[in-house]
Design a protein around this ligand. Structure first.
Ligand code: URA
Length: 182
């Protein structure tokens, strides 16, 4: 995958990216675990890397609890440019970016996809024809799906940022990740 070429294509196609960084996925291309968040925030936009702000710090902490670190997983987002004022990405924006996420998934060929939060989970569930019942009912569940590169698992979790606003979710996220990795 030529990341620079993909970034250029995104810049040409995307109104959101006007004056913003394109934040493509980050991590080894042979990672077996792929985390997918929602969209870059201001820190990510500044540094051009996914999950480098407060939510990213908590994601690092989560990874540590299962003896993983960032260098071993691939981390991306459904939308690759920061929406203004951190608003939720629109349906159109999610659809517009989907081909780039699909390209990353086909390149990485992960064994487990972990969508973080409701937007990412809903997008991935739709892609793999799974019925989405909302993140509070789906988090921690593990679904098997068939892809062109074999069977993979889809295991949604709450978004790490949710645990910053609701610290009770920290333990839920840790437990879910432990079960998924087991
Ligand atoms: N939240 C996300 O969903 N993605 C990031 O990259 C950072 C925060």
């Amino acid at each position: 995958m030529d990341v620079e070429k993909q970034k250029q294509k995104i810049k040409e196609a995307c109104e959101l990216c006007n004056g913003r960084n394109v934040v493509f996925g980050d991590g080894p291309l042979d990672a077996s675990i792929m985390f997918i968040g929602e969209a870059p925030g201001s820190n990510e936009d500044k540094l051009g890397k996914p999950f480098v702000g407060r939510a990213g710090k908590f994601l690092d902490e989560l990874l540590k609890t299962v003896n993983l670190n960032r260098g071993e997983v691939y981390i991306s987002n459904i939308v690759k440019c920061r929406p203004p004022k951190n608003r939720d990405p629109t349906h159109e924006e999610i659809n517009q970016f989907y081909p780039f996420l699909d390209l990353e998934i086909k390149e990485i060929k992960p064994k487990i996809i972990i969508p973080l939060g409701r937007h990412a989970a809903k997008t991935i569930f739709e892609r793999y024809n799974l019925k989405f019942d909302g993140i509070s009912s789906e988090h921690g569940k593990i679904y098997k799906v068939s892809t062109l590169f074999g069977e993979i698992k889809i295991a949604p979790m709450y978004h790490p940022a949710a645990a910053i606003y609701n610290p009770n979710l920290k333990e839920v996220l840790k437990e879910d990740l432990k079960n998924i990795i087991k």
